[in-house]
Every structure is written in C-alpha cells, then in structure tokens.
Design a protein around this ligand. Structure first.
Ligand SMILES: [Zn+2]
Length: 167
C-alpha cells in the first residue's frame, strides 16, 4: 500500500491496483501511459479492466506522446473538494490524443480527462480554453516519487475549427 499526499489529501494506491498504479508510476518518470488491448490493439484512456470495443481483459501499458487536442471541456466554478477550492475556477479537459485520433470511429478515439494548467501548474485562464486547441502533457511532481499528469496549451496551430463558450 502506497500513500501519497496531493494538495493536503491522502491518495492511496494499493500494491495490487493494476488500474492506476502503473499510470502514476510512469508519470513519476514523466511518461504518459495508456492501456493497449492485447486482442484488438486499440488503446484506451478510461479506467476499467475490459476493452470497450472487443471486451478483452488482456492489456498492457504503453507510452504515448502526450500531444493532443481538446475534444471537450468543463469549467469548474465551485468545487466541493476542499483541497481544490483555492484553484476554482479551473478547466477540466477531455483530450483526444494524437496516437489514435478518430479511431476506431470518427466519433470515438483515445481520450483522457485531465486538468488544463499553465506552465507554472496554475489553472489556465478560462478565456484561453477552447475545443480544438492543441495541448501537451505536463507533470506535477508530488512528494513520494509520483506525479500527476495534466495538460497545458502547446501553442500549436489548431488542426481544425475551435469553439469556446462565450464568457
Ligand atoms: Zn480490444
């Protein structure tokens, strides 16, 4: 059992936790990993032991580039988690990673949820967040050798249209 502290909260990762332990250990080495299905070969970012496309329980961690596009986002204006209260408002983004964009269908892809921060690991300003913006992973190193993957705007030109909620 490994215990870590993140912003004053206890984060416990059991030794036999195959769902998250490898993810945070890789992040501690500044590598972003996702699950790759051992049957169909598709990668997935969401938790869960089974492949959402072929239901196989066979998978392995694989490293990805951490580059992608904001597929959707939500601004959290009020949080019930005490450790995050001083960060609000902040953006939670759904990032479609480049490695599997548009696969297995144009409506589905390799997507992961994360916070959108600036280079100083502070929440990105709401007026800078938009669907279609290009992002890259950054790592927030925590005591104890783990790290939390987040994303920041990469500054690359968008590959298509962008959309932003009018503030
Ligand atoms: Zn599969």
């Amino acid at each position: 059992m490994a215990n870590y502290e993140y912003r004053g909260q206890l984060l416990t990762i059991p030794e036999n936790d195959s769902e998250y332990r490898g993810y945070f250990e890789a992040a501690g080495e500044h590598k972003l990993v996702v699950k790759k299905c051992g049957n169909c070969g598709l990668m997935r970012g969401e938790p869960g032991p089974g492949c959402p496309w072929c239901t196989s329980l066979d998978w392995e961690w694989v490293e990805v580039s951490g580059k992608g596009t904001i597929y959707s986002y939500q601004i959290v204006a009020h949080t019930v988690v005490p450790a995050l209260k001083d960060l609000a408002p902040f953006a939670i983004v759904l990032v479609e990673l480049d490695e599997q964009s548009g696969q297995p269908t144009s409506e589905d892809g390799l997507r992961i949820v994360a916070n959108l921060l600036d280079a100083d690991l502070k929440p990105e300003k709401e007026e800078k967040v938009s669907i279609g913006a290009r992002v890259e992973v950054i790592f927030d190193d925590e005591p104890g050798g783990i790290s939390i993957p987040h994303f920041k705007l990469s500054g690359e030109e968008p590959r298509g249209d962008t959309w932003q909620h009018i503030i």
